[in-house]
Ligand binder design. Structure first.
Ligand code: F6P
Length: 731
C-alpha cells in the first residue's frame, strides 16, 4: 500500500497542487479585473446619484462637504473630494491631505480627459488605495476606495481554492486507484480464462503476439516511407516481412498461359483477360501456385504427374496447377451459371441473367473441385489463398472448412449490384455465405463494397460493423474493402515494343492507311458490356458532325472472340459486324474505310503496338469494374502523347480523371469527345498523359497486391491475438 501511495498518490497530488497554484494566479488576475470594473461602476453610481446636489452646492463649501460625506457612507469609499476649475480642493475628513488638484488634473488628462483610475500609497495614504477621478461640469470629483477589502476577498478565495484542490486530489487519486485495481482484476481474470484457467499461466505467448503486432504496425509505417514506390522487389519484401515469405496460392478460372496445338506445333497464348494482366506480374514477383482451368488444347501435354506446369516459359518462376473440366462441367459452371447468370446480374448492361438449376449444380461441384485442388497444393495449415472473381463465390467457404486457419483474400473483379438487383438470384444466400468464408472480400470501388454489405444485410444472419466495413458471423469476421486493381509498372510489353514512330508506321501499313492518317483504337474481348456498338456509332457521329475527319480518321477495333458458345455473344458478334459494314458503306470513299474491325485474338505485343500507334483510345464500357485497357494505353504512351476517351461507367474513370470522360450512351457527346481528342494540342495531351502516367505508375498492381497482403497479415496477427484472448477479432 505504501508503495502504491509513493508511486502513484504522491505524484498525482503534486500535479494537482501545481494546478492549484497555476489556477490561483489566473484567478487573482481575473478577480482583480472584476474589481476594477466594479469600482468604476460604483464611482459612477455614487456620482450620478449625488449629481443634482453637487451642482446645486458647488459654490457652497459647507454644503458641498456634506454631499461628499453622504457619498462616503458606502463602506468601501474612504474619502471624497471636488476640484473646482480654479484648483480649489473641497474634501471630506478622511481624504488624503497630500492630493492636489493639479496632480489630479494631470492624471485625468493622461487617461484621456474623462476618467482616471490608479492605485497609490503616496499622497499621505498609509495603505494602498484606489483612486477614481471623474471630470464633472465645473471641475472633477475624486473618490478614494478602500483596497483592504480586495485583499481580504483574495485571501479568502485563495484559501478556499487550495482546500478545494486538495480535496479534489485526494478523491481523484482514490477513485483512480480503485478503478485501476478493478480493471486489472477483470483483465487478468479474462486472460487466465483464455489461457485455460490456470491462474499461474505464463503470459509470454500473449506478450509475444502483442509485440509482434506492434512491431508490424510500426514496421508498416516505416516501410512505406523507406521502401519507396511499389514494384516486384517491394512486394516480395512485404511478403517476406509480413507473411514470413509464405508462398501465395491463387485460384482463378483463367490460366495465365494457355498451350494451344497448332499446325506449327504447340503455341503459348496469353489470354485477353484483365485478371491475368493484373495477377501474372504479382505471381512472377511472389512465386507460388496458380490453380486454374486447363482450357488449352495442348495443356495436358505440358503438365507433370501432379498436373503442374512451371511458367512463364523460359523463366519458370511459379507453378500453374491445371484442373480439368468435362464439357458438361464447363457448360454449366463457366458458360452457364458464371457467364449467363452472374455476369449479366452484376453488370448494368440490360441483358437478362439466366439461372438454370443444372448450371447451379455444376457451379457448386466445380467450386468444390477447385477448392480441393487448392487444399492439395498448399504447404501449411494457414496458407494465404487469393480467390479470384465470380467463378468462385463458393470456394472461400469450402476452403475455410478444410483449412480453418487459412487467410483467404477474395477479389471480385466485376461490379457488385445493389441488393435489390442481387436479390433476384435464386441462390443469393449460398453465394453470400460462400464469400463470407473469406478473411477479406475486395472490390474495385467503395460503391461495390457498400452494395455487397447491403446485400449481406438484406439476406444473411450476421452482424455488420459499418464503421470497420466488416461482416461478423459468430467468431468469424470478414473485412470488405476497396482495392482498385491496376497493372504492372513499367509494363514489360512496352519495354520490348518498337519505338513510337516504328509503331505508327507499322500499324498504318498493316491497316493500309496513309502514313499521316489519324488513328483511334479500341481493344476488348467481344462482350456486350464493353459498349462496342455505341463506340462504332460514336465514330459515325464524329464523321457526321465533324466533316474534316472524313477520309482521314480510322478507328481500329481489336475484338478478341469471347464466350462464343453463348447465344448472346454470337448475336453481338453479328450485330457488330453489320454495324461496322453499315458505317463503312456510309463513309467509304475510294479505298477509305473509317472502321477496321479485327475480330481475332491479338497477343499483347501487337496490342501494345496499336496503343503506341494511335492518336486516341476509346474505352466505352457500359459498366466495368475497373477496365485495365485504359491503364494499359496510358502505360504504353511513354512519348506522353495520345488521348484517352473513357466511359464514366468504368472504375478507371474515378482514377484517370484527365481522360476525356464521356457517357457512352450519349453518342453525340462521345462523337464530339473524339473530335476534341483529335484536335487536342500537343502540350495539353502531354499534361494530361503525364498526370495519368504518374498515377498509374504509383498505384500499380504491386501496390494493389501489397495492400491486400499487408491487410491480411494484420488480420492474421489480430486473429491470433484475439484467439488467445478468446474474443472476436477487431478490424
Ligand atoms: O473482367 C471480368 C473477367 O472475368 C476478368 O476477370 C477477365 O479479365 C475477363 O473477364 C475474361 O473473361 P474470361 O475469363 O471469361 O475470358
Amino acid at each position: 500500500m505504501w508503495r502504491t501511495t509513493t508511486r502513484f498518490l504522491l505524484p498525482l497530488t503534486a500535479v494537482l497542487a501545481l494546478l492549484a497554484v497555476v489556477g490561483h494566479a489566473a484567478l487573482t488576475r481575473t478577480t482583480s479585473r472584476w474589481f476594477d470594473a466594479d469600482l468604476a461602476l460604483r464611482s459612477q453610481l455614487a456620482i450620478e446619484s449625488a449629481r443634482t446636489s453637487l451642482i446645486a452646492h458647488w459654490d457652497q463649501r459647507d454644503h458641498l462637504v456634506q454631499v461628499l460625506a453622504a457619498i462616503t457612507r458606502d463602506e468601501r469609499i474612504m474619502g471624497a473630494a471636488t476640484c473646482g476649475d480654479d484648483a480649489t480642493l473641497v474634501a471630506t475628513e478622511a481624504f488624503p491631505q497630500a492630493f492636489t488638484c493639479h496632480a489630479i488634473a494631470r492624471e485625468i488628462e493622461r487617461a484621456g480627459g474623462e476618467i482616471a483610475t490608479w492605485t497609490t500609497t503616496a499622497n499621505g495614504a498609509s495603505d494602498p488605495v484606489r483612486v477614481t477621478a471623474t471630470r464633472f461640469p465645473r471641475g472633477a470629483i475624486i473618490l478614494v476606495h478602500d483596497l483592504s477589502y480586495l485583499e481580504r476577498r483574495e485571501a479568502t478565495t485563495r484559501n478556499l481554492l487550495l482546500i478545494a484542490f486538495l480535496v479534489l486530489a485526494l478523491v481523484t487519486a482514490g477513485v483512480t486507484m480503485l478503478a485501476a485495481r478493478l480493471a486489472w482484476h477483470g483483465w487478468t481474470k479474462q486472460l487466465r480464462r483464455a489461457l485455460g484457467g490456470n491462474p499461474t499461466a505464463d503470459f509470454r505467448p500473449l506478450v509475444r503476439d502483442v509485440r509482434t503486432l506492434v512491431e508490424r504496425l510500426v514496421g508498416e509505417r516505416e516501410e512505406g516511407v523507406r521502401a519507396g514506390p511499389w514494384g516486384p522487389e517491394r512486394l516480395r519484401a512485404a511478403l517476406t516481412h509480413h507473411l514470413q515469405g509464405e508462398r501465395v496460392v491463387i485460384l482463378a478460372n483463367r490460366e495465365p498461359y494457355i498451350h494451344e496445338r497448332t499446325a506449327d506445333g504447340i503455341r503459348v497464348v496469353h489470354p485477353a483477360s484483365g485478371l491475368v494482366t493484373a495477377l501474372e506480374p504479382v505471381m512472377r514477383a511472389c512465386s507460388g501456385v496458380w490453380v486454374a482451368h486447363g482450357s488449352g488444347s495442348a495443356d495436358r501435354d505440358m503438365v507433370d504427374a501432379r498436373d503442374i506446369v512451371r511458367v512463364p516459359p523460359g523463366e519458370e518462376s511459379y507453378e500453374v496447377r491445371r484442373v480439368w473440366l468435362s464439357e458438361q462441367e464447363e457448360d454449366g459452371y463457366y458458360y452457364g451459371f458464371s457467364n449467363e447468370g452472374l455476369w449479366p446480374l452484376c453488370h448494368v448492361a440490360h441483358t437478362r441473367p439466366v439461372f438454370r438449376a443444372t448450371d447451379w449444380e455444376h457451379y457448386v461441384r466445380v467450386n468444390q473441385r477447385f477448392a480441393d485442388a487448392v487444399c492439395e497444393v498448399v504447404d501449411s495449415a494457414d496458407p494465404v489463398v487469393l480467390v479470384q472473381d465470380y467463378h468462385f463465390a463458393l470456394a472461400p467457404r469450402m476452403i475455410r472448412e478444410r483449412l480453418p486457419k487459412a487467410t483467404i483474400l477474395t477479389f471480385w473483379h466485376i461490379p457488385w449490384p445493389n441488393a435489390e438487383r442481387f436479390g433476384i438470384c435464386p441462390w443469393r444466400e449460398q453465394l453470400l455465405d460462400g464469400l463470407l468464408g473469406s478473411s477479406i472480400v475486395g472490390f474495385h470501388t467503395q460503391q461495390h463494397c457498400n452494395n455487397f454489405i447491403d446485400s449481406v444485410d438484406a439476406f444473411m444472419e450476421s452482424r455488420i460493423d459499418r464503421e470497420a466495413t466488416a461482416v461478423i458471423q459468430g467468431r468469424h469476421r470478414t473485412l470488405v474493402r476497396p482495392y482498385p486493381i491496376s497493372i504492372e509498372w513499367p509494363v514489360h510489353w512496352v519495354e520490348t515494343s518498337p519505338p513510337i514512330d516504328a509503331c505508327r508506321a507499322g500499324v498504318r501499313a498493316e491497316l493500309g492507311l496513309a502514313p499521316d492518317a489519324l488513328l483511334g483504337v479500341g481493344i476488348d474481348r467481344l462482350d456486350y458490356t464493353k459498349g462496342i456498338e455505341e463506340r462504332l456509332s460514336a465514330v459515325d457521329q464524329l464523321l457526321e458532325h465533324h466533316p474534316e475527319f472524313r477520309g482521314k480518321f480510322t478507328f481500329a477495333q481489336l475484338a478478341a472472340p469471347s464466350r462464343t458458345k453463348i447465344q448472346h455473344y454470337k448475336d453481338l458478334n453479328e450485330r457488330i459486324e453489320r454495324l461496322a459494314d453499315q458505317i463503312n458503306r456510309k463513309w467509304s470513299r475510294d479505298d477509305y474505310r473509317p472502321i477496321a474491325l479485327l475480330r481475332e485474338h491479338h497477343e499483347p505485343a501487337t496490342v501494345f503496338r496499336y496503343y503506341r500507334a494511335a492518336e486516341l483510345c476509346y474505352v466505352s464500357s457500359l459498366h466495368d469494374g475497373m477496365n485495365l485497357v485504359a491503364k494499359e494505353f496510358v502505360a504504353a504512351r511513354d512519348d506522353e502523347r495520345g488521348v484517352l476517351v473513357l466511359s464514366q461507367f468504368t472504375g478507371a474513370a474515378r482514377e484517370l480523371t484527365e481522360a476525356l470522360i464521356v457517357n457512352p450512351y450519349d453518342l453525340m457527346q462521345a462523337g464530339n469527345a473524339l473530335a476534341t481528342a483529335l484536335r487536342m494540342p500537343r502540350e495539353e495531351q502531354r499534361e494530361r498523359m503525364r498526370s495519368m502516367r504518374r498515377l498509374v505508375s504509383e498505384f500499380n498492381v504491386y501496390r494493389w497486391a501489397g495492400r491486400m497482403l499487408v491487410d491480411a497479415a494484420s488480420l492474421r496477427s489480430r486473429e491470433r491475438l484475439h484467439g488467445r484472448l478468446g474474443t472476436s477479432g477487431g478490424p
